[in-house]
Design a protein around this ligand. Structure first.
Ligand code: CP
Length: 348
């Protein structure tokens, strides 16, 4: 499979090499300005996005390629009921590579199985966001000089925050990483992350951001994901549970860095922006360079990721995760591998 659906589709060596390439692109953009001449990226966004879509589009343009875009379900034939399977086959006739964001978990994986071009998961529901993770890793290495031996605090919506799940999955493969999970009970990290990557890591859980702050090398703030809540009252109760202010940041070390995948709502007060430890706008810049590096890797590198369906067994019915793509995709079997849905990772 020549696609990136989950961050584990890339080896640590490949991730490190992508970061090297992103740094080289940032330093020598002219060297890469015709690298994708004659190639087309399809940016298939069935859910709102500013950074991911625009950075993918800017990435392909700065590589000398062209871009085809779908901006929403409403303006595509998804609104007429076209399946992901058919969409992926159709887009393969027009483009050389596809980035897909979708509200349903597993949709980009279904596209990767059907498409004849590389598919990049640009965020699927509350599940994964591997290109945000590449961006986060690149920013951490650029600011801290290393990806080993770090204490990383994740704060906010750890239940629906797909960027958190993907980054923990990546950090699990580096050495001496300690994770501090800061969230209220209702927004705790899902079991599949605890039983998966976290099982082999040193980690602790707390609901107290201020107490955790002095111990952190990296603080990864997240937005409470309004769009994933079935219960509006619960969202209203939880949305302002953590707000990082300059006063609270005084509790952190002088070289702690603050990251946020953005968009922020009000979980980081604007007063924090001028603190040199606030790195979330630098993170945005790295997002474009990392996506340039990934496009080059998938179009011209030697990427050979795992086959999604290898070792998976089809079973009757649909996944019990209500946000899984099996609920809407026509005739899509629920495949199970190691006791989990291959599309969304839900325990079956
Ligand atoms: N970080 C991120 O995914 O931002 P967008 O939703 O704006 O793409």
């Amino acid at each position: 499979m020549n696609s990136v659906i989950d961050i584990t589709d890339l080896t640590v060596e490949q991730i490190n090499s992508l970061i090297d390439t992103a740094e080289d692109i940032a330093a020598n953009p002219e060297k890469y300005s015709s690298a994708c001449k004659g190639k087309k990226l399809a940016a298939m966004f069935f859910e709102p996005s500013t950074r991911t879509r625009l950075s993918f589009e800017a990435a392909m343009m700065e590589l000398g390629g062209n871009v085809l875009s779908v901006h929403s379900s409403a303006t595509s034939s998804a609104s007429k009921g076209e399946s992901i399977n058919d969409t992926a086959k159709v887009v393969s006739c027009y483009a050389d590579i596809m980035a897909m964001r979708h509200p349903l978990e597993g949709a980009p994986a279904v596209a990767a199985v059907s498409a004849s071009i590389p598919v990049i998961n640009a965020g699927d529901g509350g599940h994964c966001h591997p290109t945000q993770t590449l961006t986060d890793l690149c920013t951490i290495r650029s600011e801290k000089g290393r990806l080993n031996g770090l204490t990383v605090g994740f704060c906010g919506d750890l239940k629906y925050g797909r960027t958190v799940h993907s980054l923990i999955n990546a950090l699990a493969r580096y050495e001496n990483i300690r994770v501090v999970l800061i969230s209220p009970d209702e927004l705790k990290i899902p079991d599949y992350v605890k039983e998966g990557p976290l099982a082999g890591m040193e980690y602790s859980e707390t609901d107290d951001l201020v107490k955790a702050l002095p111990h952190l090398d990296v603080l990864y703030m997240t937005r409470v994901q309004q769009e994933r809540f079935a219960d509006r009252e619960q969202y209203e109760r939880l949305k302002d549970v953590y707000i990082l202010t300059p006063e609270k940041l005084n509790m952190a070390k002088s070289d702690t860095i603050v990251l946020h995948p953005l968009p922020r709502v009000n979980e980081i007060s604007v007063g924090v922006d001028k603190d040199e430890r606030a790195c979330y706008f630098k993170q945005v810049k790295w997002g474009k360079y990392m996506r340039m590096a990934l496009i080059l890797h998938l179009l011209f590198g030697n990427h050979d990721g795992a086959d999604i369906l290898e070792g998976a067994v089809p079973v009757d019915g649909v996944c019990k995760n209500p946000r899984c793509i099996t609920h809407t995709e026509q005739e899509l079997p629920l495949y199970v591998k190691k006791g989990r849905c291959v599309w969304c990772d839900e325990e079956i």
